[in-house]
Write a protein that binds this ligand. Structure first.
Ligand code: ATP
Ligand code: MG
Length: 325
């Protein structure tokens, strides 16, 4: 099975990205043919500064490798380094009803907020469909919020096939298993745009300070409480050992505890949990040649697959003059 997943390089990855997506995707490389791309073309909708985008792309590659993505097992590449995807996107675009895109939530939400959407955001689901179809992906693990876009991809592929003949594999979207919804330091969903994140690789001291600022329950500390649903506890569950988690649950239920103590445990657990990846990251940072080589080889492999799919699509719709036998 070919599994495909993309992640946008719009800033440093945080715990929500890791426990909600990256961890599960990397796990899949062991049993499947993993294709992972850094979606810089999608990121252009939000990152409008060249130097930042370049930094984010390289950081994303280093982060993914440090977190365990194995380039011997999986194919890691940058979206824009496979130009076939944009060509395919256009072929799909000509068969995409406006109404279908008008119903897509990324665009609808932005419009509802009275914000100006770019054509890039409006047509984002078509580029995403090209991203998936270009690699004959069987399976696209996604969060719930992306299921609609997978449906668009399936619709576009099916109608292209119905019109021009069997060109595209129809992919399956599947909700990632074991994905956690991670709260941010203010208790809302952790999200870059809410500025409430704990970044995976931020300086441990800075992170400790942030953890100390996590919004806690307004109930007095000496009152017993249920740990589930408490931000501190939910975060500890991600990085703590089972023993630590049990201990903190017991402390919560007993009452008469100090939040400061639990926060300290959380900061320690976080440092421990990401220590190995942090070391790997430091080594990779010193070896950008290796990282660039991984990306170049990944793009080569990805292009070979995408070129074949594009060729099928071009032949089917007539933009290639001579259909070869
Ligand atoms: P933005 O604020 O721009 O939406 P983000 O920080 O929410 O950015 P996304 O790019 O939306 O990050 O998400 C990347 C991946 O991480 C997606 O698969 C998404 O489901 C997952 N993800 C992001 N935040 C969380 C979270 N708090 N809990 C679980 N998964 C998350
Ligand atoms: Mg988001």
């Amino acid at each position: 099975m070919r599994v495909l997943s993309g992640i946008q390089p719009t800033g440093r990855f945080h715990w929500g990205n890791y426990f909600g997506a990256i961890r599960q995707y990397i796990q899949l490389q062991h049993e499947h043919d993993g294709y992972y791309f850094i979606a810089d073309l999608h990121a252009l909708n939000t990152v409008r500064d060249a130097a930042s985008l370049r930094d984010h792309v390289l950081d994303a590659a280093i982060d993914l490798l440090a977190l365990g993505l194995d380039p011997k097992k999986a194919t890691l590449f940058v979206q824009s380094e496979v130009p076939e995807v944009c060509q395919l996107c256009w072929l799909l675009m000509t068969g995409t009803p406006m109404g279908l895109l008008e119903r897509c939530h990324a665009y609808k939400d932005k419009k509802a907020k009275g914000l100006n959407a770019s054509a890039g955001l409006f047509t984002y689901p078509v580029l995403m469909a090209a991203d998936i179809l270009a690699y004959d992906a069987n399976w696209v693990p996604v969060g719930e919020d992306q299921l609609q876009h997978i449906e668009v991809c399936r619709d576009l592929a099916r109608s292209f096939n119905a019109h021009y003949g069997e060109v595209f594999m129809i992919p399956e979207g599947k909700i990632v298993e074991g994905a956690a919804k991670v709260p941010g330091i203010d208790g809302e969903k952790m999200s870059k745009s809410y500025d409430n994140t704990l970044a995976i690789f931020e300086d441990p001291k800075a992170q400790r300070k942030k953890i100390m600022r996590i919004a806690t329950d307004s109930r007095p500390m000496d009152q017993p409480k249920e740990p589930e649903g408490d931000t501190l506890f939910d975060l500890l569950k991600l990085v703590g050992t089972p023993t630590e988690v049990d201990e903190v649950a017991a402390i919560d239920r007993r009452g008469q505890f100090g939040y400061g103590d639990i926060k300290k445990r959380l900061a320690d657990a976080s440092e421990r949990y990401f220590a190995e990846a942090r070391d790997r990251r430091a080594a990779l940072e010193q070896n950008s040649e290796f990282v660039l080589q991984v990306l170049a080889e990944g793009a080569d492999r990805a292009r070979q697959v995408a070129a074949k799919v594009l060729y099928r699509a071009q032949q089917a719709c007539g933009t290639l003059r001579a259909a070869s036998s």
